[in-house]
Ligand binder design. Structure first.
Ligand SMILES: [Zn+2]
Length: 677
């Protein structure tokens, strides 16, 4: 029976590292034979002493060729006569760091030996833990060094030296190849790098390749995250994850900076739009709205949009609008309600979206379409405004607000995101119909909820949203702000504006609206709405300008041709067989019309000379004839003088009255007024 050495003994015999011995076994230059079983069940192997000695004799250069990555083999370590590494000599050889590491290890192990010697029963483990913690090593490292010291003496604690600590054995040209293969958008794996670049490289130079873990370590430690993100994941990921960012100090005053943005909610709601979209495979069951129709012919499932305006200092949602599409008018009305509620901001920071560039909101600055280098230069961080002169416009000038526009394609410059996520993250996922952050994280229950119609209707969601917003404003302290949003506004005196002016600046405008006998008829999102007020009756038939908020359509503002502004409420329909408000309103309107007509009649009556009013003379002829007929009749019927005198007196009185009031006279043009009066 041949004597079997352990791998460690073989390594000592051959002056090689344990790893090199394993490699020789793998390459077949040493034959491993089973020696038994380890308690953990694995077969242990040994190497025949004869084979080891044969190999050592056969190749004296083995130590150097088998471990090319190493410095001088351990047998070249300068030792003193009693077998201890000669620290001074090592320093002279340029191995100073190894010498001090050996010194450190010796001191650690000495301390451990001392402690465990004096430890009570069962205290050896505690001693190891104590020493390990004190020197920042693991307990197993302490045990290993202790064993090395006992087995191999002080020289065994010399650190194995590699090319340099933290270095790599990969040659420089291979490093470049690995980088080139690894750092691009194909996002190659380490295994691919190893099989397509490293293995062929070593095959070409007929050398043994390093282990795959060496390549993995190179990729992990020598390629910076910056490079990985930029080359492998692209520019957007770089901007999101690696580009330097500033930390902005929060404004301290509320209404200093307002930001506007849109968000698509990660949430499904039911919208009664009659289109029946979004139900997927559950479109044939009855609609949850109770109409009795199939879903595909009834309500839709949609994700609502939120247009919001946030005050950065307080994290208050000063204005918002929930809807099904992001629109300019949504932003305008969110802004309008924000200003009415919270006052006028100093700065308004808007997104680049089309909806924020509506003409009412200042339009799109020309240079924003294609920013020049000078626009971008030095403005990589927020506030990344373009020069203010580009963005002068009506509403902002009128309100004395500085408008700041986010740079295009710089999504991280939006400070509103974090506030929105802090808000929605508190409760969004607790609402039925939550879709998860993205398609991958879609909750499984969502499909069941859609199937069972367990979703909120849009108005119900608005109520939920509103309640959560109240809680946010009164209870939640966002980030480092120190107090909840509402507290910021408690003692704050905002700049305000007359609501009528604001309406003029921000509401939807409908030019050239015809006032009909039924009132002003407007249509929004397929819904017909009618508006009526008593004053409006006078302008029936007029073409007027209307400003309104289609989503808060209780009232519209009518700009009449004679420069009046009327607030006109929604009209009510009359009911069959009833005499109600609608009838009363129309009666009041008619009375106003008549009063107006009468007033105008008094003004104009007799203003025009009779000859000009009756240029043809036909009316005068008829009057003359009537007068003649009357005179003839009178002559006939009144025979006696007494009556004649009386008539003469009457005529005198009439003439006197006519001379006192020369404008007063009767023509056929006055008859219409008598009819309506
Ligand atoms: Zn329905």
């Amino acid at each position: 029976m041949t004597e079997l050495l352990t791998f460690r003994d073989a390594a000592t015999q051959l002056s090689l590292s344990l790893r090199s011995v394993r490699r020789l076994v793998r390459l077949g230059r040493l034959q491993a034979e089973p020696t038994g079983r380890h308690p953990n069940g694995k077969i242990t192997y040994g190497i025949a002493r004869a084979a080891v000695e044969g190999l050592a004799l056969g190749d004296s250069r083995l130590a150097l060729t088998a471990a090319p990555a190493r410095g001088p083999a351990p047998d070249m370590v300068p030792l003193t006569h009693d077998g201890i590494p000669d620290v001074a000599a090592m320093r002279a050889l340029g191995l100073a760091s190894h010498a001090s590491e050996w010194d450190r290890r010796m001191r650690i192990v000495a301390e451990y030996a001392d402690r465990q010697l004096h430890a009570a029963h069962g205290g050896k483990r505690a001693a190891a833990h104590l020493v390990a913690a004190k020197y920042g090593e693991s307990v197993s490292t302490i045990y290993r060094w202790w064993k090395d010291l006992r087995d191999g003496g002080p020289a065994a604690l010399l650190p194995a030296w590699r090319v340099s600590e933290g270095g790599t054995v990969l040659p420089a040209d291979l490093q470049c190849q690995v980088r080139e293969f690894y750092l691009n958008s194909r996002r190659a794996t380490v295994a691919q790098v190893y099989s397509h670049v490293v293995l062929p490289y070593y095959k070409d130079i007929s050398q043994d390749p390093p282990h795959r873990s060496t390549v993995a370590r190179f990729v992990r430690k020598h390629i910076l995250p910056l490079e990985k993100v930029f080359w492998r994941e692209g520019r957007r990921a770089y901007e999101a994850d690696a580009a330097p960012k500033v930390v902005r100090a929060l404004p301290t005053e509320p209404n200093d900076w307002w930001c506007a943005d849109h968000r698509l909610w990660d949430l499904m709601v039911i919208v009664p739009d009659g289109r029946g979209a979004g139900w997927g495979k559950h479109e044939k069951t009855a609609c949850p709205c109770g109409s009795g129709r199939e879903r595909r012919h009834c309500c839709s499932v949609r994700r609502p949009w939120l247009s919001m305006i946030v005050d950065i200092a307080s994290a208050a949602f000063v204005g918002y609008r929930l809807g099904l599409v992001p629109t300019a008018s949504g932003v305008c009305h969110a802004l309008r309600s924000a200003i009415l509620r919270a006052g006028i901001p100093k700065h308004f920071y808007r997104d680049n979206g089309r909806e924020f560039s509506a003409r009412r909101l200042g339009g799109r600055a020309d240079r924003l379409l294609k920013p020049l280098r000078t626009d971008l230069d030095g403005r990589q961080q927020w506030p990344c405004a373009l020069p203010p002169d580009v963005e002068q416009c009506g509403v902002w000038t009128a309100l004395d607000v500085e408008l700041v526009t986010a740079l295009p394609y710089h999504p991280w410059s939006k400070p509103i995101e974090s506030i929105f996520h802090a808000f929605s993250g508190q409760w969004e996922n607790l609402v039925p119909g939550w879709t998860g952050r993205d398609a991958k994280k879609k909750p499984e229950i969502l499909d069941t909820q859609i199937r069972d119609g367990m979703l909120l209707f849009l108005p119900e969601f608005e109520a939920v949203f509103d309640e959560q917003l109240q809680r946010w404003h009164t209870d939640h302290v966002c980030g480092d702000r120190g107090k909840p949003p509402a507290a910021f506004y408690e003692d704050f005196q905002p700049r305000t504006i007359d609501p009528a002016t604001l309406n003029f600046l921000l509401q939807d405008e409908r030019p050239r609206v015809h006032v009909e006998q039924t009132g002003v008829n407007l249509q929004s999102a397929g819904v017909q709405m009618r508006f009526w007020s008593d004053e409006l009756s006078i302008y029936v038939g007029c073409v007027v300008t209307v400003r309104w908020d289609p989503e808060e359509s209780g009232c519209i503002w009518v700009y009449t041709p004679d420069k009046r502004v009327l607030a006109v409420p929604r009209a009510r329909d009359a009911q069959w067989g009833e005499w109600g408000d609608a009838n009363l309103a129309s009666k009041r309107g008619a009375r106003l019309q008549r009063e107006y007509l009468r007033a105008r009649a008094v003004e104009m009556h007799g203003a025009t000379p009779l000859a000009r009013l009756d240029p043809i003379g036909a009316v005068a002829t008829i009057h003359q004839r009537e007068a003649d007929v009357a005179a003839a009749e009178m002559q006939r019927s009144v025979a006696d003088d007494r009556v004649r005198e009386l008539v003469a007196c009457q005529q005198l009185a009439v003439e006197a009255a006519a001379s006192a009031q020369p404008r007063k006279r009767t023509t056929i043009y006055d008859e219409g007024l008598a009819d309506i009066a």
